[in-house]
Design a protein. Sequence first.
Length: 116
Amino acid sequence: MLAHAALHICRAPKSNLVCRGIGQAMAYVQSAPPIPVPLHLRDTHYASAKTLHSYGGYVFPHDDAKGWVDQEYAPGIATGQFYQSDSRGPNTFEGRADQFWADVTGQEQPRHPKKS
């Protein structure tokens, strides 16, 4: 069974976009000023939290039937700023993941510009 898994991994299409996206995100963190944590993501588990800040509005994605909700996690960071899909067709894992994303969110996955 491990041989089958190794063969599948070896034959799968390769992409370095995840590594590139992580590199872009790390460079952004090192060069940009800190992003404030949105109020709906701040900790509310300590006693004085309610008196210090106005919290609320967080929606737990796991409680949503789709498993995804449209809410801001990183102010000023556009969807696809660090990662864009480069699926090579609808029958690839990436293509199916992109279609799933579009079905769940109603938004297309940001696409990496193809080099000619």
